[in-house]
Design a protein around this ligand. Structure first.
Ligand code: ZN
Ligand code: ZN
Length: 192
């Protein structure tokens, strides 16, 4: 389980792992860090972890792991709710972007003169320089950015394409066994 400080459109996220024996990657559950700072935080964290654990459980069983009727049934059994009614972070009113590293910085108020703290630290001995100034993003840009973030958040929860048709991955010990078999065959071959 990972705390994600950038997750603000949802309370949690499930990322499926990889079953490819050559590139294995465990599944991950991300929980939005801001849940630690809100009233009733522990209750929201518990509900979110439970919700994401059901995604994990179904993925582990190689079942469709999206918000299916099966998902809802299991969630009900473990005492979870269909939707997490988690208060969202206070919405930032403005967005700035560093002209150096292109990092987007949301703010509540308008900034008069500002520079990217990270770039100033990294490239200017931690001293302020307008060389890495923050540029205010216009509304069109912000809307495009939000749309992209939203699409990424829903694609992260999309059920996988039918897994049944997928070639089952060969277990590592089976690969090793076949290699040994091959070695033996090659070894028995008489030299000409
Ligand atoms: Zn979900
Ligand atoms: Zn920067």
């Amino acid at each position: 389980m990972i705390w994600n400080g950038r997750l603000s459109t949802s309370a949690g996220r499930f990322r499926p792992g990889s079953r490819n024996p050559l590139f294995p990657r465990p599944a991950e559950i991300e929980i939005a860090s801001y849940l630690r700072d809100i009233p009733d935080g522990p209750a929201h964290i518990r509900a979110t972890v439970l919700h994401e654990m059901v995604h994990y459980h179904l993925w582990h069983l190689k079942r469709p792991y999206g918000h299916t009727p099966e998902f809802n049934e299991i969630l009900k059994q473990v005492g979870g709710t269909r939707y997490n009614t988690v208060p969202k972070e206070r919405k930032p009113r403005h967005y700035y972007r560093c002209i150096g590293c292109l990092k987007v910085i949301p703010t509540q108020r308008l900034l008069k003169s500002s520079a990217c703290a990270e770039c100033c630290r990294k490239y200017n001995n931690n001293r302020f320089t307008s060389f890495y100034k923050l540029e205010r993003m216009d509304e069109e840009r912000v809307a495009a950015m939000m749309k992209k973030a939203y699409q990424q958040s829903i694609s992260a929860e999309k059920p996988p394409p039918p897994a049944e048709k997928e070639e089952p991955a060969m277990p590592v010990n089976e690969i090793i066994r076949r290699l040994e078999e091959l070695k033996e065959m090659v070894g028995k071959k008489k030299p000409l």
